[in-house]
Design a protein around this ligand. Structure first.
Ligand code: DC
Length: 225
């Protein structure tokens, strides 16, 4: 019996990838893997130890001695670093402001990709990030590139923040999201870009349900092949 397919969901910051990836994984009974959370986990640990985020070697050593575990939770995914639940902390503005700088380094990315491939081995997964279709799972049966206008993405993040009790400014969010997209797209190692065989979905005027349904239909088609 087939063990399930691999679904890669890539796209710019705050495009709604994790919400959709979670829903799709739940629907198919697959494992959801949030790779952004892994870069955030390393960033959080580096900041708490005052490690310079421009120092790729030090960050790589830190990652080598760090255990990152992703567990299913009520909210979708709990992130456990060296036995401590840091699911909330990794979403802080401080981590968000530094994570793209941490994700630039070749050594860090090589190790992360290795960990991510191990996590996906031998089962049906929905993995979201920036380089899943291009670098982590180039043989994924279904690749989605999800995007939306910066205005829409900032608005969604603003609403999500206020639900979490976090105060944010829409203008600041637009700047922060655009800057993160710029760094993620311009880096040398596996930059954010659409894989040639990825399906582009612009979610600007779509509801979450519409996007989830479209991806489920695509997944059903691939599963039927
Ligand atoms: O998806 P997110 O916003 O939680 O990701 C945080 C950052 O991590 C993102 O700005 C770039 C980096 N990232 C990456 O470089 N490659 C991935 N596969 C996932 C995230």
């Amino acid at each position: 019996m087939a063990i399930g397919i691999k679904i890669a969901i890539d796209g710019p910051a705050a495009a709604g990838k994790s919400t959709i990836a979670k829903m799709t994984a739940e629907k198919l009974g697959y494992t959801y893997i949030d790779t952004g959370a892994m870069y955030r986990a390393l960033t959080h640990k580096a900041l708490s130890q005052s490690i310079d985020t421009t120092n790729g070697e030090e960050l790589k050593s830190l990652l080598q001695e760090t255990e990152i575990v992703l567990l299913p939770s009520k909210e979708g995914q709990a992130v456990i670093v060296d036995g401590m639940d840091v699911s909330e902390e990794i979403r802080s503005q401080q981590v968000t402001a530094h994570v793209s700088a941490v994700a630039i380094h070749t050594g860090v990315r090589e190790l992360m990709v290795e960990k991510q491939r191990q996590l996906a081995e031998g089962m049906g997964v929905v993995m979201d990030g920036r380089d899943i279709g291009t670098a982590v799972l180039p043989n994924a049966e279904l690749k989605i590139f999800m995007t939306a206008s910066v205005e829409e993405r900032a608005m969604r993040r603003h609403i999500e923040n206020s639900r979490r009790g976090m105060i944010s400014s829409l203008d600041n969010l637009k700047v922060e999201i655009s800057e993160r997209d710029r760094v993620d797209s311009e880096r040398e190692v596996s930059p954010l870009r659409q894989a040639e065989d990825a399906v582009l979905i612009d979610t600007t005027s779509m509801s979450i349900e519409d996007v989830a349904n479209q991806i489920s239909e695509l997944a059903e088609k691939r599963l039927a092949l």
